[in-house]
Write a protein that binds this ligand. Sequence first.
Ligand code: NAP
Ligand code: ZN
Ligand code: ZN
Length: 348
Amino acid sequence: MSVNQVAAYAAPAPKAPLERTTVPRRPVGAHDVLIDIKFSGICHSDIHQATDGWGEGIFPMVPGHEIAGVVTEVGPGVTRFAVGDRVGVGCFVDSCRECEYCLRGQEQFCLKGMTGTYNARGKDGEPTYGGYSTHIVVDENYTVRIPDGLGLDVAAPLLCAGITLYSPLKHWGAGPGKKVAVVGLGGLGHMGVKIAHALGAEVTVLSQTLRKKEDGLRLGADHFYATSDEVTFDELAGSFDLILSTVSAPIGFDAYLRLLKVDGALVNVGAPEEPVALNLFSLIGGRKTLAGSMIGGIAETQEMLDFCAEHALGSDVEVIRAEDVNEAYERVQAGDVRYRFVIDASTI
Ligand code: NAP
Ligand code: ZN
Ligand code: ZN
């Protein structure tokens, strides 16, 4: 098969509205699968990048790294997938495959840099284009299987939002007897609540207001507090083993570190565009950890999908038509999403 042009939605320039266009997909190589994309989640990272909030963006940019679809062609060397398989692609589509982290299955920390699903350049030097598109060609080693029990629409957001919360929850030992707080009830946060609850932890949501309280409790939280209420920080001081911050804007971590027990950890997964200030006294008293975490490796992403299928955990989604993507971006920025927009790729 020669290089194919496929339909996609792209931001032509930083902050420009996304518009319909076509982008090239490489021929299906020996180890590639061609995926007919069915659904593509809208992650806040898409918005940071399409607006060039993180800088150095490659335009035109086709965002989308929460991809769910069906295999329609496989290369001759493909062993793990067959035509008709339900598959997903997350935040990266390649890595060096040789460094200690790649060999350990932590490709997201590849020393040579993983190849992002979009806004990156592949080993061939060509820009990568993401999931707001009808088709994508991906190496089978960077493709995961979506279990039958999960609908492709509710599975798509698991490829980024799901794994980004699953990985630190597992790494920091969330489970029975552990008190876990999730800061920010958005796309990431709502999956954090579901997964932490399924792991058996006692879960608290820390949201700006009580507007989403009913949702939070329905999603699996045991407690729900508003961070706009100063009393919250006094009431909850010294309460948590683990706090996961999913906030997309800079927030003051000192106040949240106060909420940890001795030896507790505040793990930030939010990726705000501006730096944050920190008072180191917040860490030394109580031997506290402030850490970060970024998505997860391929093997762990598969483990997360299997876990979510076993516990019937899909994302709460609002499926949209592709032409409504710009409106969806505005609504995410305004905090008006419950809890993930997903593009129906058949409308592209
Ligand atoms: P989202 O759906 O917009 O959710 C973010 C939530 O943060 C909002 O729902 C809101 O929750 C809270 N929030 C927003 N602005 C706030 C502010 N000024 N102060 C306090 N809380 C605020 O975004 P998302 O898709 O979940 O992504 C969240 C962040 O994680 C983004 O920065 C994204 O780039 C990053 N991210 C990181 C990784 C990683 O691997 N580390 C992966 C994916 C995404 P409440 O209304 O409940 O307060
Ligand atoms: Zn993402
Ligand atoms: Zn590597």
